[in-house]
Design a binder for this molecule. Structure first.
Ligand code: NAP
Length: 371
């Protein structure tokens, strides 16, 4: 049932049968640090081999890895058993927030670190919400969280919502110039709702101008990412305000963002060349540490007017690189600049981002083998 290798860290996947869980499986099947040792999902999927229980629900373009086909899927609520079979877990479940929070804290309390893709714990100031290139230093609040949970090694980290990665990376290096206001419209893929065209035929030839809860996340979550640390917890940034609209569009994968920025002092705003240089040179801990999932080039600018496009750019550097394009001055004067951003929602924006966070946490000693 388990596929333990002594030298690697054993990872469990909670929600292994879902869209994000399947991505975790494909990303971890040959990972240099981590080994999939246990899969868990709802009681509906539990008790059967993964290949049997997943049936026609496998949505990845590559086959199910041989190493997990025969693993018996466990019930995620059997926290004691699942956590005894791994050193840490990735968690991506479709459950009400309170239940998700309870489940994640139950795992953390068994001294099993949780790298979560869920939103339930994102607002807690002692839970770091990581994009490791941007705010790796937030990991230091784990110490405060461990005190709250009464754990020695267990903790929870979260990833931001999948839309955030398509615009926050480009905005972050501009903040030092004093950004006054930001407007963003995101055009989000159907896999962001855990769906494919087969199970969501209404999306073919259609656009839906509403994604529940998404605008609030798109406006609020960057404030935590841009926050500082005070008294051992993350203190959210208060500015710049972001207004957003989030639209579901008929593409399989890839969230695109149309972004507008206004600076406080419009006379000393950066030039287009300065912004492009900032983007080109932007890197963080994942690149410094040469983490296995880190893109070599974090932000990739495309000069062509019709790029980045969802289909051609989403898989850049295994779906972990961010694409940008169409940076231009706003000739209307309403804003200073406009640009387009793009990221892969289930790779950089979900499972890939989770794996990158786990690699960082492992290299920094937060995730380790249980003794
Ligand atoms: P999904 O495809 O609907 O999968 C949901 C998963 O949750 C399945 O494995 C399901 O297991 C499991 N689950 C449902 N009820 C459960 C229970 N009672 N106990 C344990 N597991 C249970 O959803 P998804 O798109 O992968 O999203 C999962 C999470 O990641 C959500 O919180 C979502 O907001 C977040 N997320 C998704 C994306 C994305 O791009 N898709 C991006 C960022 C974050 P069964 O198959 O047994 O029902």
């Amino acid at each position: 049932m388990s596929n333990q290798k002594i030298s690697k860290i054993n990872a469990g996947i909670i929600g292994a049968t879902g869209m994000v869980g399947q991505r975790f499986i494909t990303l971890l099947s040959e990972h240099p640090y981590f080994n999939i040792s246990v899969l868990a999902a709802s009681p509906r999927s539990a008790g059967k081999k993964f290949s049997e229980t997943i049936g026609g629900r496998w949505k990845m373009s590559v086959d199910i890895p041989e190493s997990v086909k025969d693993m018996i899927v466990l019930d995620a609520s059997d926290v004691g058993k699942v956590s005894s079979m791994c050193d840490f877990v990735f968690c991506a479940v479709e459950l009400p927030k309170e239940e998700t929070k309870k489940l994640e804290e139950a795992y953390a309390k068994t001294e099993t670190p949780v790298v979560s893709n869920n939103s339930a714990c994102r607002n807690l100031p002692d839970v770091p919400m990581l994009i490791p290139e941007i705010n790796a230093f937030h990991a230091e609040v784990i110490e405060t969280q461990r005190k709250r949970l009464g754990t020695k090694t267990g903790f929870i980290t979260v990833k931001p919502n999948c839309s955030i990665q398509s615009y926050v990376p480009m905005l972050t290096p501009l903040l030092k110039y004093g950004v006054k206001e930001i407007a963003v419209t995101t055009y989000q893929a159907i896999s962001g709702a855990g769906k494919s065209f087969e199970d969501w035929p209404e999306m073919i030839d259609n656009v839906i101008p509403f994604i529940g809860g998404e605008e609030e996340k798109s406006e609020k979550e960057p404030m935590k990412i841009w926050g500082g640390i005070k008294d051992g917890i993350v203190e959210n940034a208060q500015t710049p305000p972001i207004t957003s609209q989030c639209i579901r569009v008929p593409v399989t994968d890839g969230h695109l963002a149309a972004v507008f920025v206004k600076f406080e002092d419009r006379d000393s705003k950066p030039s287009k060349e300065e912004i492009l240089k900032l983007w080109e040179e932007y890197k963080g801990e994942p690149q410094e540490l040469n983490l296995p999932s880190a893109p070599e080039q974090f932000i990739n600018y495309f000069e062509e007017d019709n790029r980045p496009q969802t289909k051609s750019e989403r898989d850049l550097e295994n779906g972990m690189a961010i694409s940008a394009g169409r940076l231009r001055e706003d000739s209307s004067g309403v804003f200073d600049y406009k640009f387009i951003g793009l990221s892969h929602n289930t790779l950089r924006g979900a499972a890939g981002g989770g794996v990158l966070s786990a690699e960082f946490l492992y290299r920094k000693g937060f995730i380790m083998k249980k003794s």
